[in-house]
Design a protein around this ligand. Sequence first.
Ligand code: FES
Ligand code: MG
Length: 571
Amino acid sequence: MDNNELRSADWFGRTGKDGFIYRSWIQKQGIPSNFFSGKPVIGICNTWSELTPCNSHFRELAQSVKNGILEAGGFPVEFPVMSLGESLMKPTAMLYRNLASMDVEESIRANPLDGVVLLCGCDKTTPSLLMGAASVNLPTIVVSGGPMLTGKYRGKSIGTSDLWRFSEEQRTGDISQQEMFAIEAGMCRSNGHCAVMGTASTMACMVESLGVSLPGNAAIPAADSARKVLAHLSGVRIVEMVKENLKLSDILTRQAFENAIITNAAIGGSTNFVIHLLAIAGRIGVPLSLDEFNDIGKDVPLLVNLEPSGKYFMEDMYYAGGLPVVHKEISGFLHNDCITANGRTIQDNYSRAECYNTEVIASIDKPVNPISGVVVLKGNLCVDGAVIKPSAASDHLLQHTGKAVVFEDIDDYKARIDDPELDVDENSILVLKQVGPKGYPGMPEVGNMGLPTKLLEKGVTDMVRISDGRMSGTGFGTVVLHVSPESAIGGTFAIVQNGDIIKLDVFNKVLHLEVSDEEIAIRKSKLPPFVAIADRGYVGLYQNTVEQAHLGADLGFLKGSSGSVVSKDSH
Ligand code: FES
Ligand code: MG
């Protein structure tokens, strides 16, 4: 691309009043006009925030990106967007994913940008930025913040997944509050996002598999100087991408989405992957449905031995060779000619990869587990689908029939789960309603609800749990999630009663409520209509327009792209 064909030339390449305004106010930052006029202008979309601890090192990371952009002859401009901190935001960061994506989309389109670098880290900061950028479709590259160093407690390695175990041990009195404080202090030892194969790591692997980052992006720890080197090189590369006019839509093809699904099976990625990938596909206009997740990536075994499906951490994955090693092992399943951000194919990117630790990244012939991926269940209880991650579940519960113990909402669950009178045993199925996208609202990560203390004390470690909510990517257990349609809008899930028999059969992909169609219809006719809790503001907009989980839980009107053209000036 010629420099006078740059999108930014429509701002900085102008004469008269408009060109004056566009150029003069940039110069007040102490920047000479020849520094930005006629050069590729690269936006660095920064989710730095002290309220997003996983992204708190992003000002430094942005500096490395800037150095690369300057080296390649571009003009870097850093701008903030809404940052979503998983650990602090109530009722759930997921409620705001779509709002953040709107901020990203409009900030990119309205400004004189030729290309964009997305700085992503904590769970929702990756999909929200990619969704927003996809709806504009400029040349775009992702730089992830990298995982934290492995947590340590009494010489043992720990990560976010262990939190769920520690919490149950504390409930049964096996761990004291004093010990919990000590564990808390050892969990998060450095910059970076959760160090297990939770949602943040899954998202970093997703962008690398889609091809929208440089190879190696997923696993380099935040604290490793190689992370800054990757940021610098991404800055260099985005300037070239602008010159080549290599846009997101050139990379985010149907085949790239299939590669991401195949990879997610091999790494034991989060169930949240499904919702975010569907939402991104919806923005870039690639047809993809939940049902297809069962076929794409079928027969791909679990290769990556990381918590919560295995035992290691992202730091170990980096030392073992990172995601390119995984791609090399599963090359027989991948679309190998997909083009990636560096202009080369995914095959070029993994061709020189070598595995340095087969304990951490197993070979395709000797996988960690032949069972992998996210299974989509169907049945009268979830007409539009539900998901389960079998590698993080208990083998003996993958085919299980049991009596429902129903909690009408999260408050009901909290009030009664430890009631000694609760009629529950290890064969029961815990059902939690009103935690879907519209109902909660925002679909919180409560699906891996804790077990009744009286069963924990008996040594029970897992039970079938079903909800219309989500689970943290760091979570585990025989947990059925994302039941669609959700209970709040009158899905069959809303009419489950205590004592109803539910049949889960993961091998045959079935979730069935053993209640007759007639009885289901009678119970449904008595359900109250859905009423949004908010009648104004973003939450009101969200509750009235959010789509169901099987469609990606985007706001319906945000699907698709408006492109990058803005024809009118501001003065
Ligand atoms: Fe940010 Fe886990 S809390 S990635
Ligand atoms: Mg999370």
